[in-house]
Design a protein around this ligand. Structure first.
Ligand SMILES: Cc1ncc(COP(=O)(O)O)c(C=O)c1O
Length: 382
């Protein structure tokens, strides 16, 4: 048989897997991959056990458990004053990753263009490529990683089918506010194009800022799929549960894909989350403070090193400039740091099509203090 022509020839093992493997091999403190090392709330775990002991073992409804979708709709109303129809506009997926894939397959056709902002999350482009689309990379600018509106304007055309935004932004932590969404709405107005708003870190915002959701903008709401992740909100990335919110017609198309990607996501976890969300709406309200304490703790530790942290407005990532330590390119620096000094990070050039000449790595600070302390002790020696 002929060798298989790869549909994704550019794609290898992701840097996240590679750095985690390297960290394990060299017994490094792993601040690379974005997962917390603390547990989900105990009561949530008890609800999972109850669901497993009970009757939640067969397929959930294709769009998600109705109880969970109702809890999601209640949360959107309480937190953002956004009213959604739980039956027709909310779809539970196997992680935000699946929601992103489904949304892209649903709207992007062969040769359509999709605009993404670099540095950008790694799952967008392969999904666009599989849909036959072309990814147009627009770099974010400055140390605050803002949208360059002129560049976005010149990137938009009749071929643009989708624009993908991510706020709070991985890896920079930058936030979009309601003025940004207003500006985006003005620019998209004359194009027949959709918006995918990746809001998985919605609850990880600092210094009193409030997360702005694209769903709260009436005009964007009509063309928007917003995606969220239970993994990020409940310290349970391994559960791979998320959801997509979109107008009914767009949701119907997204579900046509979802139906044949996973059909339905894990039943007992959906049941437990529905009960927990209803009983504990305060859980997500406490997250900004919880993560801000960790951001500040890690910033104090970094102050004793030669790393220069950039402003982090949201997410559980901290970018830091290492030019006072080394002039190595970031991928080599990250390998060297892991192998020789026992701390694993992510080099940020991997989030770009055309990496800038920067000396930046990304630390994940969603870790117990002891883990951060162990990393800092090693970083102070540099
Ligand atoms: C920006 C962004 N979007 C989506 C995801 C995927 O979320 P999930 O784990 O729910 O699939 C992540 C996970 O790291 C992320 O950082």
């Amino acid at each position: 048989m002929r060798a298989l022509d790869s549909k994704l020839p550019q794609v290898g093992t992701t840097i996240f897997t590679l750095m985690s493997q390297l960290a394990e091999q060299h017994r490094a403190v792993n601040l690379s991959q974005g997962f917390p090392d603390f547990r989900p709330p105990l009561e949530l775990l008890e609800l999972v056990e109850r669901a497993l002991a009970g009757r939640y073992h067969q397929y959930a409804l294709m769009p998600g458990s109705m109880a969970l979708r109702a809890a999601i709709a209640d949360k959107l109303a309480a937190l953002y004053s956004v009213r959604v129809d739980a039956a027709a506009e909310v779809t539970v997926t196997s992680g935000a990753t699946e929601a992103i894939f489904d949304a892209i397959q649903a709207v992007v056709r062969r040769d359509d263009e999709v605009i993404v902002f670099d540095p950008c999350y790694d799952s967008y482009e392969p999904s666009i490529t599989l849909a036959g689309g072309r990814t147009v990379h627009v770099p974010l600018t400055g140390s605050r990683f803002g949208i360059d509106w002129d560049r976005l304007k010149s990137a938009l055309s009749a071929r643009t089918r989708l624009v993908i935004v991510n706020s709070p932004h991985n890896p920079s932590g930058a936030l979009l506010d309601s003025a940004d969404f207003e500006r985006l709405a003005e620019l998209l107005r004359s194009y027949d194009c959709y918006l995918l708003s990746d809001e998985v870190y919605e609850h990880v915002v600092f210094d009193g800022a409030k997360h702005a959701t694209a769903l709260a903008h009436a005009e964007l709401r009509e063309r928007c799929v917003a995606v969220f992740s239970f993994g990020k909100t409940y310290h349970a990335t391994g559960w791979k549960l998320g959801y997509a919110v979109a107008p009914a017609a767009l949701t119907a198309e997204l579900r046509r894909v979802h139906q044949y990607v996973t059909f339905a996501s894990t039943s007992p976890l959906q049941q437990a989350l529905a009960e927990y969300m209803t009983a504990h709406p305060e859980h997500h309200l406490k997250l900004p403070e919880f993560y801000q304490e960790r951001r500040d703790y890690f910033a104090r530790l970094l102050a004793g090193t030669k790393f220069r942290p950039l402003h982090a407005a949201g997410t559980y990532f901290q970018l830091a400039d290492y030019s006072a330590i080394s002039s190595l390119p970031d991928v080599e620096f990250a390998r060297w740091l892991t192998i020789e000094h026992g701390v694993a990070t992510i080099p940020i050039s991997v989030f770009y099509r055309e990496p800038p000449d920067a000396r930046l790595v990304r630390f994940c600070f969603a870790k117990e203090n002891a883990t951060l302390d162990a990393a800092a002790e090693r970083l102070r020696r540099l």
